[in-house]
Design a protein around this ligand. Structure first.
Ligand code: UAG
Ligand code: ATP
Length: 475
């Protein structure tokens, strides 16, 4: 849509010069003629520095929190809020025509999002469904890798508009706390919301756990339709108490949607979903207690938004592999090689429990901790790996500008017996060389990711591909 001066004044609620705007971005490098460039004061730099580039590339309007000499500027009190409002308006408020399911929580967002997307695709057809997630953005049958969990508002609203225009109806929007706090999803109409759990993470961004929780709670405050919270989790139980209309899911009798009679089989997991009105036996191809919770939440939201139970039952049986989540690397060596995205102490503990449950042999884990993020979790990850695996090799995750040696030393503080091999390929190679028939090698931390961020720059690295290469080199 093209917004003229008067439409822009309505959207922004401030004085705007007589200009026309057909797109919006906060990245000067992405400005095309007719764009509004929103100059955001970021955590590392000030977007105002890039106004000359934006103008040179054809920006017709600058949105900033202060007047900018020689540029047609709208001065707003909050640039991120203004960007969200512009992104909604310029894309014709796409979420009002879609059924958007928001999924938030510390662990299990991506898995729950894929599970719900898989269920919706089987029930309503792939062409009718979409997904914005950490791993991929899926529009109908087209898939592409995502850059972050919840992109900036122009990406979110632009993708929702494309979905609307291509006939998609049901959209799963993985919603991170950064996404909520930095207004990346502001103005989105959520038809339903799901909360998986909350544990220590992102404390480099949120000053306290309370702030982290309250940020996630906002998603539930915005949602008019069905809201489901995991009542096995203390924060989920609190959320259900605090936001009226929230239903509970979990494995205890406190839950409105309760998973009972859980049995792991070699082909997956069987359980019965006890709902307020029926008992629905379900079989899913996924392993692990946490996936029972992920599927229970997704199934509950599907039923609460009107899905037929028989259709749901078939859809759950057909849930596809989630990229990088307990992903098997096929091989003929007699041991299992699994890639998993677990990158917190809680996630690592959960996936190591699954690894232990499905193997008769030893569990060998290759793991590390990322740079920039909450350093307090590093020794905790070491302690969890020591407690739950037979052999541990500490390696480099995404260290960004932090020293890989220093991060590994912090992890090792919790795992004094674990060897440190900083080169991730070498660490994986050592684990594969150590494994014997019946063992399970778990490569944890990076899941679906295809790039490793290191102090000297980014390199291509995809755990499943590297493991497959090393396995074939071993003959
Ligand atoms: C803390 C955070 O989220 N930061 C994001 C934020 O950075 P920022 O606001 O500090 O931006 P900045 O780098 O200081 O730059 C200021 C402004 O100048 C602009 N700029 C900059 C350079 C240039 O040449 N031209 C230009 O216009 C930038 O686009 C930005 O608007 O805006 C940038 C542009 O969109 C993001 O790239 C950046 O994500 C960083 C890289 C990041 O790592 N974010 C992570 C923490 C994140 O968002 N994670 C969550 C949660 C994941 C989870 O659940 O685990 C997610 O949703 O992915
Ligand atoms: N419900 C859950 N509870 C605890 N751990 C889980 C749960 N679901 C998945 N996990 C573990 O956490 C890892 C990350 O899962 P997933 O990618 O679904 O979470 P996420 O919330 O999307 O993470 P991120 O926000 O970092 O993208 C998985 O690989 C698995 O090991």
């Amino acid at each position: 849509m093209i917004l003229d001066g008067s439409a822009l004044r309505d959207v922004l609620g401030v004085e705007v010069p007589e200009v026309q705007v057909s797109a919006v971005t906060n990245d000067s490098r992405a400005v095309s003629p007719g764009s509004a460039y929103v100059a955001i004061k970021g955590f590392t730099t000030d977007g105002a520095r890039f106004v000359p580039q934006a103008l040179e590339q054809g920006a017709t309007l600058i949105v900033a929190d202060h007047p900018i000499d020689g540029a047609p500027t709208a001065v707003v009190p909050d640039t991120r809020a203004a960007m969200a409002r512009l992104a909604v308006a310029v894309n014709g408020d796409p979420s009002k025509d879609l059924t958007v399911y928001g999924i938030t929580g510390t662990n299990g967002k991506t898995t729950s999002s894929y599970v719900l997307h898989g269920i919706l695709s089987s029930a309503y057809g792939a062409a009718k469904t979409g997904l914005l997630s950490t791993a991929e953005i899926i529009v109908g049958t087209e898939r592409r890798p995502a850059v972050r969990t919840t992109g900036e508002a122009p990406l979110v609203q632009g993708t929702l508009a494309r979905m609307r225009d291509e006939g998609v109806q049901y959209v799963v929007l993985e919603t991170s706390s950064h996404g909520i706090a930095l207004q990346r999803v502001a103005g989105t109409h959520y038809a339903a919301a799901l909360f998986t759990n909350l544990s220590r993470d992102h404390l480099d961004f949120h000053p306290t756990m309370e702030d982290y929780y309250l940020t996630k709670r906002r998603l539930f405050e915005w949602t008019d339709g069905p809201k489901l919270a995991n009542s096995d989790d203390p924060y989920g139980a609190r959320l259900a108490d605090e936001v009226s209309g929230t239903l509970r899911f979990g494995t205890t009798t406190a839950a409105d949607y309760q998973a009972v009679a859980i049995e792991q089989t070699s082909a997956g997991t069987d359980f019965v979903l006890r709902t307020p009105t029926m008992e629905l036996p379900l079989h899913m191809p996924l392993l692990g207690d946490y996936n029972v919770l992920n599927v229970t939440g997704a199934a509950a939201i599907a039923l609460e938004t009107g899905m037929d139970p028989d259709i749901l039952q078939r859809a759950v049986a057909d849930i596809p592999q989630v990229p990088g989540r307990f992903e098997r690397v096929p091989n003929d060596k007699g041991f299992e090689v699994i890639v998993d995205y677990a990158h917190t102490d809680v996630g690592l503990a959960a996936v190591l429990d699954v690894a232990r449950a499905v193997t008769e042999g030893r569990v060998i884990v290759v793991y590390g901790a990322a740079g920039r993020r909450d350093p307090a979790k590093r020794p905790k990850m070491g302690a969890v790996a020591t407690q739950k695996a037979d052999i541990g090799i500490i390696t480099t995750d995404d260290s960004y500008d932090e020293s890989p040696e220093a991060i590994a030393a912090e992890v090792k503080a919790g795992a004094p017996d674990h060897e440190v091999i900083l080169d991730r390929r070498e660490a994986i190679e050592r684990a594969l060389a150590t494994a014997k028939s019946g063992d399970l090698v778990l490569i944890a931390g990076k899941g679906h990711e295809r790039v490793q961020h290191l102090p000297d720059g980014d390199i291509d690295f995809h755990d499943a591909t590297v493991a497959a290469e090393l396995l074939s080199e071993r003959g």
